[in-house]
Design a binder for this molecule. Structure first.
Ligand code: ZN
Length: 269
């Protein structure tokens, strides 16, 4: 073997060894989510910006939206299939949204743990808890987790048709919007800071992630038994990837403060 050949041999060996560390894994994960179509993102421009660095070991708590409010106001969307097309609910007694929120939450935690995240899931034991401030609701447990320095993320699918807005992150009401929030917003879309005047979750530092409107192609691919697991997995991978990108960002994501921004300047651009 001459000198030129051994150079190329060493070159390819180095490439092979370092490849997965420098993008091989994320390229692989990205390829599994590339066919995923979540429909429209939140359509208007929202001007907040997450720029706080997050510790690598941050405990992430996943909550399934509406897990404690079945059969009462705020039980989650029935989805287009049930509400407009006459299909049966996925599971008797719970909204289709909760059914998918639960399935997706489990998948996020499973994949997140495999990828090394400090991530867990909380599910209230009772499906209907009238008092939102009861100690076992998503709100209370998520708020305590956030108060102790954790990241609380509640998973939702949005309403169909004119009742929904599309995918995106509804940020917490705080000046400490962080790099994970920014990464999720860049991946899924960005709801305004005071969406609907400030919802119960965001007021308690719980982030709400709207995956997409429960209708059309997205709902079909969830309901179709042949594509269900693949779809759930692809959404979960997209979320876990965004969490990892946010955690790995060790300075601010390209911040730009406009001169006329005077309100919560730390969180706007
Ligand atoms: Zn919801």
């Amino acid at each position: 073997m001459n000198l030129k050949n051994s150079f190329w041999l060493v070159f390819f060996a180095v490439l092979l060894l370092t490849g997965p560390r420098f993008g091989g894994v994320s390229t692989f994960l990205a390829s599994q989510t590339s066919n995923l179509n979540l429909g429209q993102k939140f359509p208007k421009k929202s001007r907040w910006f997450g720029n706080q660095v997050v510790p690598s070991s941050v405990p992430i708590l996943i909550l399934a939206g509406h897990a404690d409010s079945q059969g009462i106001d705020g039980s989650g969307t029935a989805g287009e299939a049930v509400a407009l097309k006459g299909f049966s609910p996925m599971e008797v007694g719970i909204s289709d949204e909760l059914f998918w929120n639960l399935k997706l939450s489990h998948a996020i935690v499973k994949i997140g743990k495999k990828k090394g995240l400090n991530i867990s899931f909380y599910q209230p034991k009772r499906r209907t808890i009238l008092d939102g401030n009861n100690a076992t609701t998503n709100w209370s447990v998520g708020a305590r987790h956030a108060q102790n320095g954790g990241y609380s993320l509640e998973i939702h699918f949005d309403s169909y048709g004119e009742y929904g807005f599309g995918s995106g992150l509804i940020p917490p009401l705080t000046t400490n919007i962080n790099n994970i929030d920014e990464s999720l917003a860049r991946t899924f879309g960005r709801y305004p800071l005071f969406f609907r005047g400030g919802l119960g979750g965001p007021r308690r530092q719980i982030r709400l992630l709207e995956i997409g409107k429960l209708e059309g192609g997205l709902e079909n691919s969830l309901r179709n038994i042949d594509t269900r697991e693949k779809t759930i997995r692809a959404i979960a991978i997209r979320i876990v990837n965004a969490l990892i990108v946010g955690i790995n960002q060790k300075d601010s994501f390209n911040p730009q403060l406009l001169t006329d921004d005077i309100f919560l300047p730390k969180s706007y651009r």
